[in-house]
Design a protein around this ligand. Structure first.
Ligand SMILES: NC(=O)c1ccc[n+]([C@@H]2O[C@H](COP(=O)([O-])OP(=O)(O)OC[C@H]3O[C@@H](n4cnc5c(N)ncnc54)[C@H](OP(=O)(O)O)[C@@H]3O)[C@@H](O)[C@H]2O)c1
Length: 257
């Protein structure tokens, strides 16, 4: 298996910390993006890089030389914070790559297509990643750590039809989310996949490739995941978002030359 330099964005967060551990366990090197005010003691093998997703000038150093990026950052509640951090953080990280293709894993949320508040900005971040031209896996987890201890079996859903906005939509441990995000980085069968991740009763299988392979990949050039409702037409999107998408596509075309 190849040893990657993995940039973890949101590395100090509840899932990001576990992604750091999981990536080290998988034999990768880790670069952790930490805000200037953040304080964390890291294990050997972790390079800490100070940066802030709302300060694009700090992101060029962060992406320099990386093979893969795992996005686990996020905010709760405020639509404006979701725009400034959840969305713009992804946009500016992609711009910092200047068209260079790296393996990506993006964590968003189950119910992200429900057209409610902050979710639209997470979904727009998904769209930018699809437009980036990089091989990616987008993971939409259910409710963190609402699972019973025996619920360790990952179940990958598509179409995002569970939208009550409660744990009834599905539950999953943070540890399992981290495992899926990291395993996807080196799995051919996880490429260009978007799925919801929940856990059911049963053990965590050793190999996730078969589970990834059983999902449908996103169509080439599509904005949304294969089975998503087409309920966010580009024509109704803010002009700035349309422009960000065009920029991502131009960068992709140039990066492919
Ligand atoms: N809770 C659930 O059941 C659930 C389910 C599905 C999806 N989600 C989504 O998952 C996301 C992450 O949740 P979490 O509980 O892991 O959150 P968390 O523990 O607060 O972690 C968020 C991470 O993002 C980082 N971050 C925030 N603003 C940043 C900025 N301007 N620049 C750089 N890094 C920044 C934080 O850094 P600091 O440590 O410096 O603040 C932290 O590392 C949320 O957006 C949530 O909507 C949650």
């Amino acid at each position: 298996m190849s040893r990657l330099l993995v940039l973890v964005i949101g590395a100090t967060g509840s899932v990001g910390r576990l992604v750091v551990d999981e990536a080290l366990r998988a034999g990768h090197r880790v670069r952790a993006l930490v805000r200037p005010s953040g304080r964390t003691a890291w294990a050997d093998g972790v390079e800490e890089l100070r940066g802030d997703l709302t300060r694009p000038e700090t992101l060029e150093c962060a992406v320099d030389g990386v093979d893969a990026i795992v996005f686990t950052h996020g905010t709760y509640g405020s639509v404006e914070a979701a725009r400034r951090v959840d969305y713009s953080g992804v946009r500016d990280t992609l711009l910092a790559l200047k068209g260079r293709r790296v393996r990506m894993a993006l964590m968003t949320a189950i119910g992200v297509t429900d057209r409610k508040g902050a979710h639209d900005w997470k979904r727009r971040a998904e769209r930018l990643v699809r437009a980036s031209g990089s091989p990616y896996t987008i993971v939409r987890p259910g409710w963190f750590d609402y699972n019973e201890p025996q619920q360790q079996r990952p179940v990958l859903l598509q179409g995002d039809r569970r939208q009550t906005g409660t744990p009834r939509d599905g539950v999953v441990s943070r540890r399992l989310i981290a495992r899926v995000l990291v395993a996807g980085l080196v799995s051919k069968t996880a490429e260009l996949r978007t799925f919801e991740l929940v856990a059911e009763t049963g053990p965590d299988p050793e190999d996730l490739d078969e589970l990834f392979a059983a999902t449908d990949n996103d169509a080439a050039g599509a904005l949304d995941a294969f089975h998503d409702l087409r309920n966010m037409p580009l024509n109704d999107e803010p002009a700035s978002v349309v422009s960000d998408l065009s920029r991502a596509k131009v960068q992709t075309a140039l990066g492919g030359l």
